[in-house]
Design a protein around this ligand. Structure first.
Ligand code: SF4
Length: 476
């Protein structure tokens, strides 16, 4: 096995990934792939030190030599995948004169904005200047593709809701709760650890990263009159798990007539890796000029304002809640939704009451401890939520393992607060159904939400993974 990679996982990251039924489930959150050989002078972790020891706060170094190929952590296939998803690979594709397209997530935009003390709009424009100076052709915005994911999610929820309440006794049947699917850390955990009982509850809608991938490789290539294999599509994301997501076989398609395998997203860079790139080029980022945005797939209006949904982890619960309240119960909800804290700030719920009866009950469930509780309830049939927005990271995507680290003088709480505030700074709240770019995609390509074309391009499937012998032995 290659020794070219080393991984640094902080104990705090690992704590959230401990599964009771398995030794330990580790995602790529907090993992940094590097093309340098590991520093041999670095001390190995002490033998016998438990990674769950809360008193032990030093980072634990794990190299791929430690991989047991147990389906719970890093596999050799994932090693190869990480090699393909590095800054070196990104720069080499620019050198090869591929048409390089970058799609920026709003969480990474916020991370860079907090780091540099700029607004999200300034970051977007300066990053466009920087990336284009390297040879990137266009820089788009995954808030735009997220609107498409949200519309498909609203439609899927309505279908499941109708199925669930169609029986005479009015009781919920098994198609609810619907669980969001945008977090690959959660999907990885569900497939590898929970398996077949939970998968039917997970929304089949692709994440904003992958909907953007499908749009770029199908529609944008067609508009630009170039073949999809000539385009190298890179996303900038808040976590390493997005690299795993991009590498799934489900997100490849065959190009006609050559039969080439095309990947929707060729590479994922984290917010931290983009900062590394800026620093490696010795660029004074704050002093860069602000370029006009590529408005073909960017949520920017004619006045130059960014827009998008509220909700720093995608706004799934909020958007579907409002949509259902309006379309099923005729209730247009003004102002922010009243999410009530249940166990902690990462587990909140919102209800809609009609004539004294709760008719909608949705939850936000972030972090693995909360997530494990909710899946236990689903398993024993005691979950009364109709929709759950699940995110693997405590505090959600703004706190992803690929985000730029906080400065030493900032407390974790203040840091998350500043990311939350910056996230929507001068960003207008807007209804995804009113997005003109998404409307035109339906008109020109997908027909309507939930159509056969939309299902083919914007939905996916999940696979329960059989645990390897090694993983099963761990339970002895
Ligand atoms: S919560 Fe967001 S940042 Fe964290 S693993 Fe999931 S998608 Fe990535």
């Amino acid at each position: 096995m290659s020794e070219k990679f080393s991984a640094t996982l902080r104990i705090g990251d690992l704590n959230d990934y401990i599964a009771p039924s398995q030794g330990c489930v580790v995602s790529l959150k907090g993992l940094k792939a590097t093309s340098n050989k590991p520093d041999k002078s670095e001390q190995k972790p002490e033998k016998g030190v438990s990674v769950t020891d809360p008193k032990h706060t030093e980072p634990v170094k794990i190299s791929l030599k430690d991989c047991l190929a147990c389906s719970g952590c890093i596999t050799s296939a994932e090693t190869v995948m990480l090699e393909k998803q590095s800054l070196d690979e990104f720069l080499s594709n620019i050198e090869k004169r591929k048409t390089v397209i970058v799609s920026l997530s709003p969480q990474s935009r916020a991370s860079l904005a907090v780091h540099f003390g700029l607004s999200p709009l300034q970051v977007f424009k300066k990053l466009t200047t920087f990336l284009k100076s390297l040879g990137v052709k266009a820089v788009y915005d995954t808030s735009c593709s997220r609107d498409l994911s949200l519309i498909e999610s609203c439609n899927e929820f309505m279908t499941r809701y109708k199925q669930s309440y169609s029986s005479d006794d009015g009781k919920c049947k098994s198609s609810l709760p619907m669980i969001s699917s945008a977090c690959p850390g959660w999907i990885c955990y569900a497939e590898k650890t929970l398996g077949s009982y939970i998968l039917p509850y997970i929304s089949s809608v692709k994440s904003p990263q992958q909907t953007m991938g499908a749009i770029v490789k199908h529609q944008i290539c067609q508009k630009m009159c170039i073949r999809p294999d000539e385009v190298y599509h890179v996303t900038i994301m808040p976590c390493y798990d997005k690299k795993l997501e991009a590498a799934r076989d489900d997100f490849m398609f065959e190009e006609e007539p050559q039969g080439l395998q095309i990947t929707e997203v060729d590479s994922v860079l984290t917010s931290g890796e983009v900062l590394d790139l800026i620093q490696s080029k010795s660029v004074d980022f704050k002093a860069l000029e602000e370029s006009p945005l590529d408005n073909l797939l960017t949520n920017v209006n004619e006045e130059g304002h960014l827009y998008g949904v509220h909700g720093s982890s995608g706004g799934y619960a909020e958007t579907i809640f409002r949509y259902t309240a309006k379309n099923v119960f005729g209730k247009e909800i003004e102002g922010p939704l009243d999410f009530k804290i249940i166990k902690n700030s990462d587990f909140r719920e919102v209800c809609l009451e009609v004539e004294g009866k709760i008719v909608l009950k949705f939850a936000l469930c972030y972090g693995f401890r909360n997530l494990q509780n909710i899946v236990r309830k689903i398993k024993i049939g005691k979950c009364d939520y109709q929709f759950i927005e699940v995110m693997a990271c405590p505090s959600g995507c703004l706190n992803g393992g690929g985000q730029i680290k906080r400065k030493p003088e900032q407390s974790p709480k203040d840091f998350i607060q500043s990311l939350e505030t910056t996230y929507m700074e001068n960003v207008l709240e807007a209804d995804p159904f009113e997005n003109p770019f998404i409307k035109s995609l339906y008109n020109e390509w997908l027909d309507q939400p939930g159509s056969e074309k939309a299902k083919k391009q914007m939905h996916t499937v999940y696979h329960p993974l059989v645990k390897s012998i090694t993983a099963q032995l761990q339970n002895w």
